[in-house]
Design a protein around this ligand. Structure first.
Ligand code: NAD
Ligand code: MG
Length: 300
C-alpha cells in the first residue's frame, strides 16, 4: 500500500483501494493475512493516533489479522495498553501485530487460545485484568464464517461451532468482563450486514450475526445504569482472510466487493476509526447502536 492510501488525505474513495478482479487464493481457516494477494491495509503505515485512548486497558479478540489487527494498531497508537487474543495457529500474523503495537510504546500482551471454551474466556479476562491492572474496553472481533451452498450440506457441527465462536464467546467474554468494568467502560461487538441482508449460503453465520445485533441492543439497555456503553460495528465486505479461507467460495473472491455501490471491498484500516470512536469518551451518548461500514449497502 502506498502512503496516499490513508484516512487523512482527501481523495476519491473509489480509487483509494483495489477492487475486483482478485486472484483465487484458497487457504484453510483461519487464514493468514500475510498470505493474501494483495495484502490488506490494516493501517500499518497510515494510522495516526491522537491520544484518544491514553491509559485505557483493552482486550481485543481476533487481533492477529483483518479488522482486529486494524483495531489493535489504532488502539495502540491512541495510547491504550492491549491484550491480543487469536488462535495459536495464527502466531505468524500475531507476531507482526505485536511488533507494530509495541512500537507505539504501549504494553501489549499476547494471550492466544480458543474462545469457544467458556473456561478459556473466563481465564482470558482474569489474565487480562492481572496483566493490565484492569479492563476498560472489550472488543469482540473474532468470528467464524464458512459458506455452505445448501441446508442439506450444513452440518450440526458447523452450525454449533459458528454460534459458539460468534455468539457464545461474546456472551462469556461480556459476562466475565462486566464485573471489572468501571463507569466509562465500553464493549464493542462485531456484527455484519449479514444480520440484516443474509446471503443464502451463510445460513449459520447470518443468524449468528443477527444474535450479536440483538444481544448488543439488549445488553446496552441492561448496563446503561452502570455507565457502561455497548455498541456494535456492522461491516459490509472487507478484504480479510476470513473470506478467502472459506467465508466465500473462490469464484466470489474473484469479484469480492463488486456487489456494493462503491464496487470494491473495504480494507480493515477503514473500520478502525469507528472502533476508536465507539471506545473513546467522544461517543459518550452513543449506546445500543450498530454502526454500518458497508460501501453503500446500508443497514435498514
Ligand atoms: P479475520 O479472519 O482476519 O479475523 C477473524 C479472527 O477470528 C481470526 O483472526 C481468529 O483469530 C479469530 N477466531 C476465529 N475463531 C476463533 C476461536 N475459536 N478462538 C479465538 N479466535 C478465533 O477476518 P475479519 O474479516 O477481520 O473478521 C473479524 C470480524 O469481522 C468477524 O467477527 C467477522 O464475522 C466480521 N465481519 C467480517 C466481514 C468481512 O467481509 N471480512 C464482514 C462483516 C463482518
Ligand atoms: Mg487471523
Amino acid at each position: 500500500m502506498t502512503a496516499t492510501k490513508n484516512q487523512y488525505t482527501m481523495q476519491d474513495p473509489l480509487k483509494q483501494y483495489p477492487g475486483p478482479d482478485f486472484e483465487r487464493q484458497p487457504q484453510s481457516a483461519p487464514g493468514l493475512a500475510r498470505d493474501m494477494k494483495p495484502r490488506p491495509d490494516h493501517g500499518e503505515e497510515s494510522y495516526q493516533g491522537f491520544g484518544r485512548l491514553k491509559g485505557r486497558r483493552a482486550l481485543i479478540t481476533g487481533a492477529d489479522s483483518g479488522i482486529g489487527r486494524a483495531v489493535a494498531i489504532a488502539f495502540a497508537r491512541e495510547g491504550a495498553d492491549l491484550v491480543l487474543n487469536y488462535l495459536p495457529s495464527e502466531e505468524p500474523d500475531a507476531r507482526e501485530v505485536l511488533e507494530l503495537v509495541q512500537a507505539a510504546g504501549v504494553k501489549a500482551v499476547a494471550l492466544p487460545g480458543d474462545i469457544g471454551s467458556e473456561t478459556f474466556c473466563g481465564d482470558l479476562v482474569s489474565r487480562t485484568v492481572a496483566e493490565l491492572g484492569g479492563l476498560d474496553i472489550l472488543v469482540n472481533v473474532a468470528g467464524k464464517q464458512t459458506s455452505v451452498e445448501t441446508i442439506d450440506e450444513l452440518t450440526t457441527k458447523q452450525f454449533e461451532a459458528t454460534f459458539r465462536t460468534n455468539v457464545f464467546a461474546m456472551f462469556w467474554l461480556c459476562k466475565a468482563t462486566l464485573p471489572h468494568m468501571p463507569p466509562g467502560g465500553t464493549i464493542i461487538n462485531t456484527t455484519s450486514i449479514q444480520s440484516y441482508q443474509p446471503s443464502p449460503s451463510l445460513l449459520d453465520y447470518a443468524p449468528s450475526k443477527a444474535a450479536i445485533t440483538a444481544f448488543t441492543h439488549a445488553l446496552a439497555k441492561q448496563v446503561a445504569s452502570k455507565g457502561v456503553r455497548v455498541n456494535a460495528v456492522a461491516p459490509g465486505p472487507v478484504w480479510t482472510p476470513l473470506q478467502s479461507s472459506g467465508g466465500q467460495p473462490q469464484d466470489k473472491i474473484e469479484v469480492f466487493g463488486s456487489e456494493v455501490p462503491m464496487k470494491r471491498p473495504g480494507q480493515p484500516a477503514e473500520l478502525a476509526p469507528i472502533y476508536v470512536l465507539l471506545a473513546s469518551q467522544e461517543s459518550s451518548f452513543v449506546t445500543g447502536e450498530v454502526y454500518g461500514v458497508t460501501g453503500g449497502n446500508h443497514l435498514p
